[in-house]
Design a protein around this ligand. Sequence first.
Ligand code: UDP
Length: 339
Amino acid sequence: MHVLITGGAGFIGSHVAQRHLARGDKVHVVDDLSTGNRANIQLLEGYPNFRFDHADMLVWDGLERAAAWADRIYHLAAVVGVYRVIAEPTRVLATNIAACERLLRAVTASGWKPHVVIASSSEVYGHRLESELHEQMDLSVSTRAGTRWNYSVSKIADEALGLSYAQKFDIPTVIARLFNTTGPRQTGRYGMVVPRFVEQAVKGEEITVYGDGLQTRSFCDVRDTSRALDMLATKATAEGLVVNVGNDREISVNDLAELVRERAGSDSIIQHVPYVTAYGEDFEDIRRRRPVLDRLRKLTGFEHEHTLEDTLDELIRTSREQQSRENGHGHRSMVCHQS
Ligand code: UDP
């Protein structure tokens, strides 16, 4: 099978690429390396079936050819991470909306009908306070907090684009609303809480909980996420649908901080930081986020293979190894957690 992955040098994309290469598929990754990283695909560059183009989706001249070559396309290219979304409000809209449209136009022009998986986000549920988020809910965008919701707006637009092209041109498309994915290779540079807490705990630094820490998230290991995307792409019954993809175990950010500290055997202090210090004036957080996964399970029979504890233990181990490499000698002495 020929697989095109936009944003394939990103955290999630590189895992999707790895999964397909391991299966013997041919994989073509395009990435502008803005939040994506060459190091993410270093492992993959050894595969003869792997091809990488360093290009911006908005102007990439190989797009039509790649779209005509692909049997399956994962569209994951996007400006992501709360810090980047706040810092680059226009870039978020341009990259996330125009790139998606350009891709879908290219697919249509090819006359070929690859399976298309479009990555949307739980951000489209906005500031809703319901504890459980399901695909049939109305979506809403707050008018408070200025451009804070641009990412959400861009993903709602991508969903509309995907569904419209699917309907009008009969392209087998599924929209995956991804909920807080985490795991190996995720960077905390653009905000993501899990790698930030892990690094802070391993270094013995303060663990920075933003706000009161009562806000909740539901974290899904990236290998579970990649497998769910792969399963969805093969299901004819998923075509033309929006599907939540994530893990339905909900945890508060306070409890996450405690859990990371405990698994790392760290004596880091948990420090509450006001939102205004963390993100500036123009910010509004999401209080609760837990996906309803009935649709995913019904369509694919999906079951999770990774618990949050497993993922954290692996991240803590890797972070320790990295610390000791950076220090050039043995890592800080810490009590190893026995599970
Ligand atoms: N968060 C935190 N400390 C950090 C980074 C993030 O407490 O160092 C909080 C953040 O305010 C949010 C949650 O953790 O409530 C998840 O943040 P992330 O950026 O990972 O994902 P998102 O907000 O997009 O769900």
